[in-house]
Every structure is written in structure tokens, then in C-alpha cells.
Design a binder for this molecule. Structure first.
Ligand code: HEC
Length: 116
């Protein structure tokens, strides 16, 4: 019986320490929240041009600005997650999807609150 008390005592102490540690790490390394300007706008410029960038001659819905991208974020995520052979897939007519890490930038931006 005594053995169990000691063991669970050790387990509790270990848990407390583990938690302190990870809590500290989490605050120390928490990445800044993503924003349209820092994280999203370059992706739109790189992958959604020229069609959605009026300055480059695009005549599709303009995604060169915060307001439109914010309003359409759900539709944007839905379309970039489609497969290239599906109707509505973006980037239009490109043979491959955006990389998972690029798609993740859109999702992270949404999770972070769609800041400018
Ligand atoms: C080669 C041109 C081209 C590129 C590149 C392109 N699109 Fe499109 N996009 C279109 C066309 C054409 C339409 C209209 C047809 C349709 O809705 O499927 C469209 C429509 C859309 C719509 C629906 C807009 C609306 O009016 O509701 C979204 C959202 C969208 N694109 C997102 C994207 C995103 C995000 C990218 C970049 C990752 C991208 N597109 C890249 C041509 C393009």
C-alpha cells in the first residue's frame, strides 16, 4: 500500500513539473497571430494571379485586398481543398493543389480571427 502512495506521489510531482514546463514553453514560443498583410496577401499574389489581381489584368473577383479575402475566406478554403479535376477547384486549371502548408496558412488566419 505504502508503495502505491509513494508511486502516485511521484507521478503527481512529475505531472505538475511536466505541466509547468510545457506551459512555459507554450508562452515562450507561441507564434504571433497571423494577419492578412503578413501571411495571406503574398499567397494570393503568388498563386491567384493574374486572374484575381486586377492590377495584373485579372477580371475575376479581386482578391488583392483584405476585405474581399476576409469575406470569401470560407469559399477560398473550400476551393483550394478541392482536387484539380473537380469543378470549382482553385487555382483554376493548375494541375496541382496548393501545398498543405500553404492551405494551412488560410486556415490558421481564419482560426486567428481574420486580422488585417
Ligand atoms: C487562371 C485563372 C485563375 C487563378 C490562377 C485562380 N482563379 Fe479563382 N477563379 C477563376 C475563375 C475563372 C473563376 C470563376 C469560375 C468559378 O467560380 O469557378 C474563379 C472564381 C473563384 C472564386 C469564387 C469567386 C466568386 O465570385 O464567388 C474563388 C473563391 C476563387 N476563384 C479563389 C481562388 C484562389 C484562392 C486562387 C489562388 C489560390 C485562385 N482562385 C486562382 C480563375 C482563377
Amino acid at each position: 500500500m505504502k508503495k502505491y502512495f509513494i508511486l502516485s506521489g511521484i507521478a503527481i510531482v512529475a505531472l505538475v513539473f511536466a505541466n509547468c514546463n510545457s506551459a512555459k514553453k507554450a508562452t515562450a514560443t507561441a507564434p504571433p497571430k497571423s494577419t492578412y498583410g503578413t501571411n495571406v496577401s503574398t499567397i494570393m499574389m503568388n498563386y491567384c494571379s493574374p486572374c484575381h489581381i486586377p492590377a495584373q489584368g485579372g477580371n475575376k473577383k479581386p482578391f488583392d485586398n483584405f476585405a474581399n479575402v476576409k469575406t470569401d475566406i470560407d469559399e477560398i478554403i473550400r476551393r483550394v481543398e478541392m482536387n484539380p479535376n473537380e469543378r470549382g477547384f482553385m487555382p483554376f486549371k493548375k494541375p496541382a493543389k496548393l501545398s498543405d502548408s500553404t492551405i494551412a496558412v488560410f486556415k490558421q488566419w481564419k482560426a486567428d480571427g481574420l486580422m488585417e
